[in-house]
Design a protein. Structure first.
Length: 751
């Protein structure tokens, strides 16, 4: 048997022969790939695990490897299967491969679900799947489960459809049908098995597949049909998998079925970026790859092309606290860069103010654009403080992977209750909330209600006897109108936070969300309460209608010039795969990050740590971590301790904000952090705030007027040209013109 050099030596020989002109290629791999990347691209002798550290060019490796297989190994493009998790990633890979080969090639670069759906469309007869099946989405799935629950004569308020739809998905991830799930005691809820059995039968009768079915049906079919399995193995001679750490049990089993005995598979992933355990992803898949695939090879990509070394060293120091890792040492040639900045503000509003001020400073002094900066947070509800502050200061922003806070369904629902109480002729609000939560008032009944009242110019609180609806609907409508009239009578003379408490209690809306297992929506509704309470403290004589008016006005669009230049607001889970020159990670507090639902489970805490690692390694140049001493949660102000993750960062790489001051300039000294820090930078919130002794102190109203000459600590000297509703417009001596919230901005009058 002829001697074959080891992979690392193959790379050296290739580079030497290429330099001498003895070997060449239309694709210059050596120009665009480092030695580890070249090794990953060239190695095809056995199963390959590419451990790609953050920012190490994993997508480049996959695309070059596909090009290498086609261009150098003469593999037919149709014999390659590359799978990933998002359409965006698959489309990007297709474009890169076509660009490298300078021709469009027919390679299967698809998401797991898209690949499975295509195979079932083509070969469904091999796997007992009827052709022309319909794929249903999550909402359709929940609707079907809700009908099954009603048909079983059990209460959908007690037996939540969303919960059972979730359990069905998780059972399919483990490749359990209803009978197998029951035999394996998958759930302690015996009702689940009845629902799952009927659900399976209904989907089969109507030729429907949900997303979980696509992988489940194909994988189980391959177990039972050897002919179909051999056809697919002959079709796909080489398999590549992106984001391998995010695969679940069913996906991993499918890949093992399709892999040839010689191991024609290359998987690329990073155990340190496994953050989707709540969706069924199993970090064990990547950790056990070498055991499951004999003679496999591991190549580590450790050179980072994104971040400065300080960010990489601090991130690595953090993630080293986790167990069950291969371990990588990320390095870069970009240089050390600046230290990480940590700031602890007094409240969540103050935290947003600090970040907003830093954004303005970075833009107007350091030359960054708004689109160079992103704010990451653990929970969607955290975005509300940033939306409020950014809107008031006219900092353009965009929310990635989510709606603006006041555009979310649950927030619009609560506001619709209030709008209807203020305006009994508001048909849009009536139609929105008449049957939320479900109270048996369907669309036809609402149509009749509108025809009998609003269309005739009458308010909706007409006596039910005057409304022409079916007799069976009258008690339901009466109950709704009785509640509505009570709310209408309170809306103009009740303290707004108290009004919301009454609304939450009487409408049953929050209980309904809880029954539907929609905890994120519940948190957002309570965050709306926080917003109303803060507004009422700052505007003590204002009514709920004035709050709604301000919210509506602040939801307008920005100038066209800002359309593509906005600060990004993103949850940490949605930040994966992105990068920004400047990153702020907010909410570094216990109960927020790590999330309180992670509890004491070591596995969950490790996943939370990986989530922070992902967030930190998105930063290219500057990284800020922030926290609040007092944060509102579920309508209550709670003093929160710092996240333990903060204490896991290397002190020598973090600058803890040591700005100090007195109450006269809006700074409060605080020594609660416990790390090498004194006087964490803290700002006041609202007409009252708590000092270090827990006592309330009255806010100092800034006496700033038009034509005053002022000094700002970052932006220097300037002249006040406009003051309105607590917002000052200042024209600085260097020509910059900016807006500031006076109650949060320490300005000195120029003497």
């Amino acid at each position: 048997m002829a001697w074959k050099p080891p992979p690392a030596l193959q790379v050296v020989f290739y580079l030497i022969l290429t330099a001498l002109g003895i070997m060449g290629s239309t694709i210059h791999y050596e120009r665009y790939l480092n030695s580890s990347q070249l090794e990953a691209v060239f190695y095809n002798d056995s199963p390959l695990l590419v451990l790609a550290g953050a920012g190490s060019g994993k997508t480049r490796v996959i695309t070059y490897k596909i090009a290498y297989l086609i261009n150098e190994m003469d593999l037919n493009p149709q014999n390659i299967l590359a799978v990933t998790f998002t359409n965006k990633a698959s489309n990007e890979m297709k474009d890169r491969v076509n660009s490298l080969l300078r021709v469009n090639v027919d390679v299967w670069i698809k998401t797991f679900h898209s690949a499975a759906a295509n195979i079932l469309r083509i070969m469904g007869n091999h796997f007992s799947v009827k052709p022309h099946f319909t794929i249903i989405d999550q909402q359709d799935q929940i609707s079907i489960v809700r009908k099954i629950i009603r048909d079983l004569n059990i209460d959908p308020e007690t037996y939540q459809p969303g919960k059972y739809a979730f359990l069905i998905d998780r059972a399919k991830d483990k490749l359990f049908n209803a009978e197998e799930a029951e035999l394996e005691a998958f759930s302690t809820d015996s009702v689940f098995y009845d629902i799952y059995k009927i659900y399976e039968k209904k989907l089969g009768n109507e030729n429907l597949l949900d997303f979980g079915d696509l992988i489940f049906k194909l994988t189980r079919g391959l177990e039972q049909n050897e002919q179909g399995l051999n056809l697919l193995k002959n079709r796909f001679r080489y398999i590549l998998v992106d984001e391998f750490q995010d695969t679940n049990h069913a996906q991993y089993t499918l890949l093992k079925k399709l892999t040839h005995p010689e191991g024609n598979i290359c998987v690329v992933g990073d155990e340190d970026q496994s953050i989707y355990g709540f969706r069924g992803a199993r970090i064990e898949n990547i950790l056990s790859f070498s055991k499951d695939y004999k003679n496999s090879r591991i190549v580590k990509l450790e050179e980072n092309y994104r971040s400065y070394q300080t960010i990489l060293t601090a991130s690595s120091h953090l993630i080293n606290k986790n167990s069950g890792r291969f371990g990588k040492k990320l390095y870069t040639k970009k240089g050390e860069g600046e230290k990480i900045r940590f700031c602890r503000a007094f409240s969540d509003r103050d935290e947003a103010i600090f970040i907003a001020e830093e954004i303005q400073n970075l833009k107007y002094h350091d030359g960054y654009e708004y689109s160079d900066m992103a704010v990451f947070y653990r929970m969607n509800a955290q975005s509300r403080a940033f939306e409020y502050v950014f809107s008031r200061l006219h900092i353009p922003y965009i929310i990635i992977g989510g709606l603006r806070f006041y555009e979310r369904e649950e927030i619009k629902d609560i506001l619709a209750y209030l709008k209807l109480a203020i305006n009994p002729m508001d048909e849009i609000s009536l139609r929105r909330i008449a049957n939320k939560p479900p109270r048996g008032i369907g669309e036809k009944t609402v149509d009749a209600l509108v025809r009998s009242t609003i269309e005739k110019g009458y308010p909706i609180y007409q006596s039910e006897s005057e409304i022409h609806i079916a007799p069976s609907r009258i008690p339901l409508v009466k109950s709704f109108l009785d509640f509505y009239v009570e709310l209408k009578d309170l809306v103009h003379n009740t303290y707004p936070p108290q009004l919301l408490r009454i609304l939450f209690d009487k409408s049953g809306y929050i209980e309904w969300l809880k029954d539907e297992n929609k905890e994120e929506k519940v948190r957002n509704v309570y965050e709306l309460y926080n917003a109303v309470e803060e507004y009422s403290k700052e505007n003590q004589s204002s009514s709920i209608s004035e709050f709604i008016e301000e919210v509506s006005l602040n939801q307008g669009g920005y100038d066209n010039k800002y359309q593509n230049n906005r600060v990004f607001l993103i949850t940490l889970h949605n930040a994966k795969g992105l990068e920004f020159p400047v990153v702020f990670i907010a909410g570094m507090e216990e109960g927020i990050f790590p999330h309180y639902l992670s509890g004491e489970s070591p596995a969950d805490i490790q996943e939370e740590r990986r989530l922070l690692y992902v967030g930190m390694t998105r930063a290219m140049e500057k990284l800020y971590l922030t926290a609040a001493k007092v944060r509102k949660l579920y309508g209550k102000s709670v003093e929160r301790g710092l996240s333990n993750f903060v204490f896991e960062l290397p002190e020598e790489l973090v600058v803890f904000n040591e700005e100090k001051g007195t109450n006269n300039n809006g700074l409060i000294e605080d020594n609660t952090c416990g790390i090498n820090a004194r006087g964490f930078f803290q700002r006041r919130l609202g007409p009252q705030y708590l000092n270090a002794d827990g006592e309330k102190k009255v806010k100092r109203e800034p006496e700033i007027k038009v034509n005053n000459r002022v000094i700002h600590k970052h932006f220097g000297r300037g002249k006040v040209v406009e003051v309105e509703n607590g917002v000052a417009v200042i024209c600085f001596d260097d020509g910059k013109k900016m807006k500031f919230l006076l109650q949060y901005t320490p300005l000195e009058k120029e003497q």
